[in-house]
Ligand binder design. Structure first.
Ligand SMILES: *Cc1c(COP(=O)(O)O)cnc(C)c1O
Length: 341
């Protein structure tokens, strides 16, 4: 049985579902955690998260496969990335096996909200953690809450993925030796001004450069870059301040092992972008958004794949990865976690 939701007209927004998972950390230990219907968080006005932004999050999806199973994609990688985020923010880590179990529990408790196969819609899963007790002198909180809610979301691009135009940003996203490699809310708070400004000027996203030299490509506010060379190689930027996208890491594997492509994970310079054949942004939400044009302060870099459709190699990567996710193509060992048959 499915909820009475118009799956094909769903946007990418929050819809409250029946159940969420909550676990609390106190006196140095996590409690068992439980599913609850209570969607409200009640914390002190002085909670660490409200004063000093001590919070991090994850994002993944559950969906129905062609043969009717409910699955999610590589949740173990989200669990381990959240450990990295917590360690960098002096937060207690949530055990990785418990994280995957909690994802399973919360999806099972909201099965009616998993969109049907073929609708293009998915169930977005949002794990997050925050410091919950009062903190006024600057230090880590002593108490934390870990929560996971889910929300059904529509296809990221209605009517297919049209290439977008982005700009080289004058704002920076992440300092060298800073927090760019972790999934922290603080990285997003300071990107909001840049994205509003980009949208006001007609750009879909910001391309952030490395702040130290402003010569190398990092990523956008919430997605990693992939580039295709004219001779068909996949190139992805490497930097300590890029968030290690699970989609990007999966695409690198798919390119090499399913499509027989050469893959390079290396520093990518702004002045070599004009030589690439295709460009895309990758992340859980859209899998890949094709980029048709990059505006570098009035100089336009137009990719040969154009503004009408995804480049042919990008399309192959997209079709293969989404085929694996949806159960149409056999997945590498351990990539697909079955939650319900
Ligand atoms: C979440 C995120 C991504 C995409 O990562 P996925 O694991 O592929 O969803 C890329 N960049 C940033 C800054 C992110 O926060």
């Amino acid at each position: 049985m499915s909820k009475n939701i118009d799956w094909s007209n769903l946007g990418f927004g929050y819809i409250k579902t029946e159940n969420r998972f909550v676990s609390n950390y106190k006196d140095g230990a996590w409690d068992e955690g439980a599913i609850t219907t209570d969607d409200m968080v009640v914390i002190s006005e002085c909670a660490g998260v409200l004063q000093y932004a001590q919070t991090c999050f994850e994002g993944l999806k559950a969906y129905r496969t062609e043969d009717g199973k409910v699955v999610c994609f590589r949740p173990d990688l989200n669990a381990s990335r959240m450990v990295d985020s917590c360690e960098r923010l002096e937060m207690p880590t949530f055990p990785e096996d418990k994280f995957v179990e909690a994802v399973e529990k919360v999806v099972q408790a909201n099965l009616d909200y998993v969109p049907p196969y073929g609708s293009g819609a998915t169930l977005y899963i949002r794990p997050y953690m925050f410091g919950s007790n009062p903190v006024i002198g600057v230090k880590p909180a002593d108490e934390y809450q870990f929560r996971i809610f889910v929300t059904p979301v529509g296809p990221y691009f209605k009517g297919g993925a049209k290439p977008i135009t982005i700009r080289v940003s004058d704002f920076d996203r992440a300092a060298p030796h800073g927090s760019g490699h972790i999934k922290a809310g603080l990285n997003y708070a300071m990107s909001l001004h840049a994205i509003v400004d980009a949208h006001n000027k007609g750009y879909a996203e910001n391309l952030y450069l490395d702040p130290a030299t402003r010569t190398k490509v990092e990523e956008t506010g919430g997605a990693n870059f992939i580039f295709i060379t004219k001779d068909g190689k996949l190139v992805t930027p490497k930097s300590d301040s890029i968030l290690p996208s699970i989609t990007r890491r999966s695409l690198m594997y798919v390119a090499e092992h399913y499509l027989g492509m050469e893959v390079e994970h290396r520093e990518v310079y702004l002045d070599e972008l004009k030589d690439f054949a295709e460009c895309g942004l990758c992340g859980t939400a859209a899998v890949i958004s094709p980029v048709g044009k990059i505006d570098d302060h009035g100089t336009e870099i137009c990719f040969p794949s154009g503004m009408e459709e995804m480049g042919p190699v990008t399309k192959k990567l997209y079709d293969t990865l989404t085929g694996i996710q949806m159960g149409r193509i056999e997945a590498p060992e351990g990539w697909i976690k079955v939650i319900a048959e």
